[in-house]
Design a protein around this ligand. Structure first.
Ligand SMILES: O=P(O)(O)OC[C@@H](O)[C@@H](O)c1c[nH]c2ccccc12
Length: 228
């Protein structure tokens, strides 16, 4: 089992904390902080794993990923449009432990090839799905993180999050065989996060609300207290 998956599964509080310079509307999320400062904040709050958006429409870049993986020893997910094998080698060289594969943007045969290639490269496939049909197309699901995206990547994450999508798809995620069902995007407060963990999600991916929070440690503690 790869580092990202096993770390998440054994985490005390399985929040994947994300670093991205801008939100989908282009609003700055770093507020003058360096990536290293955000990493330190997330580590202090107990993040078991981190996520870095390298896609340029969120202001990300490969350099941002490198900066983060140099700063932390925690497993890091790279979020970008990964469609080719050579991007997997690059992700690994930049220090990533997991890569985003977006089921809705890849033909089933390509998705299957990329999942297999990621696993052979020692990377955890973090497969984002939005429908039962996409879930059914994921091979080796037991070795993948399967994440329901509550937003729509086809409109670049603009629009509102539908958290009911996560709830509705949880049984299909389990049936597909993943050990690690995740809910991603639009998780805006600790009560919602605790509720999703209570429903049985093994991990949550949270960016915007943590980047906007003035006290990430308190945010995480609030989730922990509500969940226990
Ligand atoms: O900032 P949020 O709403 O907490 O969402 C984080 C993450 O899920 C989102 O950034 C994301 C979901 N899928 C993506 C694909 C590419 C880049 C980014 C993403």
């Amino acid at each position: 089992m790869s580092g990202f998956l096993s770390t998440l599964l054994t985490a005390d509080l399985p929040l994947i904390m994300e670093i991205k310079p801008r939100d989908p509307d282009g609003t700055d999320l770093l507020g003058g902080r360096s990536a290293a400062e955000v990493v330190d904040t997330y580590e202090a709050a107990g993040a078991p794993c981190l996520s870095v958006v390298t896609g340029h429409w969120f202001g990300g870049s490969p350099d941002l990923l490198r900066e983060v993986t140099r700063r932390t020893t925690r497993p890091v997910l790279q979020k970008d449009f990964v469609t080719r094998r050579d991007q997997l080698a690059t992700a690994r060289d930049l220090g990533a432990s997991a890569v985003l594969l977006t089921a809705g943007l890849l033909p089933a045969a390509v998705l299957a090839r990329m999942v297999t290639a990621a696993l052979s490269a020692g990377l955890t496939p973090f497969v984002e799905v939005t429908t039962e049909r996409e879930i059914a197309a994921v091979p080796h699901a037991a070795e993948c993180v399967l994440a329901v995206n509550n937003k729509d990547i086809k409109i670049r994450e603009r629009g509102t999050a539908e958290l009911t999508r996560s709830t509705a798809l949880l049984p299909a995620l389990r049936a597909a065989g993943t050990l690690c069902p995740v809910s991603a995007s639009g998780i805006h407060d600790a009560a919602v996060a605790a509720d999703l963990l209570g429903q049985g999600f093994a991990g949550l991916l949270i960016g915007t609300s943590l980047l906007r929070s003035t006290d990430v440690t308190a945010w995480a503690a609030d989730v922990r207290n509500r969940y226990r």
